[in-house]
Design a binder for this molecule. Structure first.
Ligand code: PHE
Length: 455
């Protein structure tokens, strides 16, 4: 009964942009640029692309394939494909992982709402003190970040309440298109600054001396997070996709969009940071993590001509990217509540809002009043960030690969990949994807996972 009334994406472009919207997010705008810089620039990019092709893309194709074949939320999908087995609990963990990611993601999403608000009202560009203090006093306030976190989560919930086509698909289409235009404008501004070329050089001249075993691990972790694989978001979106869609081609497009966007975002940030640092005669600091976007960049915008406009566009881009990822995370929880707890979409959105909101409050307060409170030695925010990115996503990816490679029949896997043989995917390519998923991916993921627990 649930199957008959299930929604689907209205068009191929809409589906591709919704999935690209899930992938393109904070991971691309703040995490990628400094990870690239820290790990040898183009040398990292090369390793990232190899990881993407050999491990992440095959896992993504499998998550997509499992989602479309199962046609439901992660819990029910695994139950349908392996009836009565324990695999459905893997689906349940995916739902939990999405809720956990959203709980800290919405805090950073809230920071981007606050910065957009400040930059539009002139408070950010007009600030005369130190931006580290500006940021620090905001995130440690007992109530201000909570308001912005709830605002961000509320906007996310509102979009989802309109459903798959009218909410998720329509908004992703608009937001991702606007996002691309904005980021290109910011890149043009950044690259036209005198001295920007030094930043471009830093990004693209390969420095193999910085490549270590950790670089490969950093590249794979980044690819997992950035492509949104391992926690049921691709699986859930895939359950709204038509049967005649070419899974391998769509996955490849999404990976291309995501990687191109990460490189473009880095081109918007790193050359500008270099140019302004050279102008002020200081050392450019591009490996500052979250601080790069919220502390270093405001200073960069303040010093450059037309910086106010560039700042408005940049923080709008950050917010749009964060929202399109957040809706994909919340939809995993919402689909589960609708289908397993038999609630209406509206009710499911409210429940997800409450669940992630409560955990989000603790994550946000961990920068202020709950500063000294730790879980396994980590602040609440870092704890959720750590267990999801370093533990839940790699395990999720590993289990997805094992399920697709060892539990699904080879004939079924190939059948779903080629849509019963009607799609023109060369047989050797379909087989290679299958064996990458069955053998290479589980081995490689086990290695990063081991590294995460040992380090
Ligand atoms: N891919 C998103 C980003 O780059 C984050 C994300 C991870 C979204 C996992 C959904 C699932 O910011």
């Amino acid at each position: 009964m649930v199957r008959k009334t299930r929604e689907t994406f209205g068009s191929r472009t809409g589906m591709l942009l919704a999935m690209a919207g899930s992938a393109i997010g904070l991971g691309n705008i703040w995490r990628f640029p400094y990870t690239l810089g820290k790990n040898g620039g183009a040398a990292f990019l090369l390793i990232y692309v190899i990881m993407l092709l050999v491990i992440c893309l095959p896992v993504m194709i499998s998550e997509y394939l499992i989602g479309r074949r199962g046609g439901s939320n992660p819990f029910r999908t695994f139950d349908r494909l392996a009836p009565g087995s324990k695999w459905r609990w893997m689906g349940f963990i995916a739902v939990l992982a999405s809720a956990c990611i959203l709980s800290f993601y919405c805090v950073v999403g809230g920071w981007s709402v606050k910065y957009l608000d400040d930059v539009c009202s002139g408070r950010l560009m007009g600030y005369e003190g130190d931006y580290a203090q500006f940021f620090g006093s905001f995130i440690s306030s007992p109530w201000k970040p909570l308001v912005y976190t709830m605002l961000f989560l509320g906007m996310t919930g509102l979009i989802i309440a309109f459903g798959v086509r009218k909410g998720i698909e329509r908004m992703s289409k608009i937001m991702i298109s606007v996002l691309f235009v904005i980021i290109v404008l910011v890149v043009i501004r950044s690259l036209s600054l005198p001295g920007a070329i030094e930043g471009v050089r830093y990004m693209f001249v390969p420095d193999f001396s910085k490549v270590t075993a950790d670089t490969c691990i950093a590249a794979m972790g980044q690819a997992f997070f950035s492509l949104s694989i391992g926690c049921g978001t691709i699986l859930t979106y895939a359950s709204y996709v038509h049967k005649d869609e070419n899974i391998a081609a769509s996955s490849a497009w999404i990976a291309i969009f995501d990687t191109a966007f990460a490189v473009i975002a880095a081109l918007a940030i790193i050359p500008a940071v270099y140019a302004i640092a050279l102008m002020n005669g200081v050392d450019p600091d591009v490996s500052a993590g979250p601080g790069l976007v919220f502390i270093t960049l405001p200073g960069v915008f303040q010093s450059m001509p037309l910086g106010g406009l560039a700042a408005v566009l940049f923080f709008l881009a950050l917010l749009l990217a964060a929202i399109t990822s957040a809706i994909s995370l919340m939809e995993v929880v919402v689909a589960f509540i609708i289908e397993e707890l038999h609630r209406s979409r509206m009710h499911a959105v409210l429940l997800s809002f409450l669940l992630c909101g409560v955990v989000g409050v603790f994550c946000s307060l961990s920068f202020g009043p709950l500063d000294g409170f730790t879980l396994f030695g980590l602040s609440v925010f870092d704890f959720f960030d750590y267990i999801t990115s370093n533990i839940m996503l790699p395990i999720g990816g590993l289990l997805l690969a094992v399920f697709a490679g060892w539990k699904l029949k080879r004939a079924n896997y190939l059948d779903e990949l080629t849509n019963g043989g009607t799609l023109k995917l060369p047989h050797w390519l379909a087989l290679s994807i299958y064996y990458l998923v069955k053998l290479v991916a589980p081995l490689a993921i086990s290695l990063i996972f081991l590294n995460c627990i040992l380090s």
